[in-house]
Design a protein around this ligand. Sequence first.
Ligand code: NIG
Ligand code: FE
Length: 408
Amino acid sequence: MWDILLLDCHVASMAEASNAPFGAIRNAALAIENGRIAWVGPAKDRPTTAAREVRRLDGAWITPGLIDCHTHLVFGGERVREWEMRQHGASYEQIAESGGGILSTVRATRACSEEDLAYSAARRARAMAAQGTTTLEIKSGYGLDLESERKMLRAASRACELANVRVTRTFLGAHTLPPEYSQDRNGYVDLLCETMIPAIAREKLADACDAFCETIAFTAVETERVLRTAQSHGLAVKLHAEQLSDQKGALLASRLGALSADHLEHLGDDGIATMAKAGTVAVLLPCAFYFLRETRKPPVAALRRAGVAMAIATDCNPGTSPVTSPLIALSMACALFQLTPEEALTGMTRNAAKALGRQASIGTLETGKLADLAIWNVSEPAELAYWLGANLLHDRYLEGRSDQSRSA
Ligand code: NIG
Ligand code: FE
């Protein structure tokens, strides 16, 4: 007996094995049992299994719930004053070097209670959920001492609980040097590797570890030490690589078997080849590119040629991407980076799941996967990346439970 049978709908399964664009199944049916997809396919082929409840969707499209695989959703304050300075001509690097940038958010985040951090992040998570997001990756990295990083990671879970979104957490202690170590780089990397990473892994506060490999943050040598330590404590690894300059971060990350290398505007051919070989996902962040008014784009055509899986995320953060709309990220991926609408949606579903190591349970609509669904008032799935600023969501299911039935 199925719990729920969805009818009068079209399904964009995003399944890799499908030959149809978007893995589309027109005039489909989708059955849910125990929070998982029990059956999906053309309505006319469905088995005669009974369902406790049949819901008719008036021709709406169902896609996998959107997966935002790179965010810094938990933070104190905002950085609107710095943004105004940038409008007057200051660069992101100049602001960072004068003690602003990430460090101004570190000060604000350290000053916040865990509860305040959770509530402010929950507001942003709810805005994302209202546009179809069902899974959110959230990074720490605005605490930069063990207690403040723990506070951020706990707040990340609480925020997603409040917003009814699935969470995955990433430790980003190597985001920048904290003020108390400004004269002691090695001391901070020692602290990360000898104290913070072991504690975060032991306390199961994160699934993965990330670092910012950049001239204004950590060198490739420091990054390698951090990521190798994380791996030795059982954490998956990811990397902010080649955002502002080519530090060979993606090369390093993929040599270590990283789940993803993210940003990649300055990625070179060597990095692309190793990413392809290692199956490291290229996470592209068009909203940060837009908000920083960057001009150098990630090498999308070369990534495509090499067969590197591309994911898209909002990168929601107060400095480079104050964006809580997954649909705007999809649109920008197409308009700014020339992805096709199908590539963009794949980037927020199947490939985003891969960037989180969760492809076995989420990211496509296939039998056995979790019933995380987004239901849209559109005539074609490409519309998700076409309308800019419209909210097209009709309903959302997290593990088989819909928002509409929850609020009813
Ligand atoms: O993804 N690149 C580093 N981290 C963030 C920005 C963080 C900030 O400016 O607060 C990013 O762009
Ligand atoms: Fe980021």
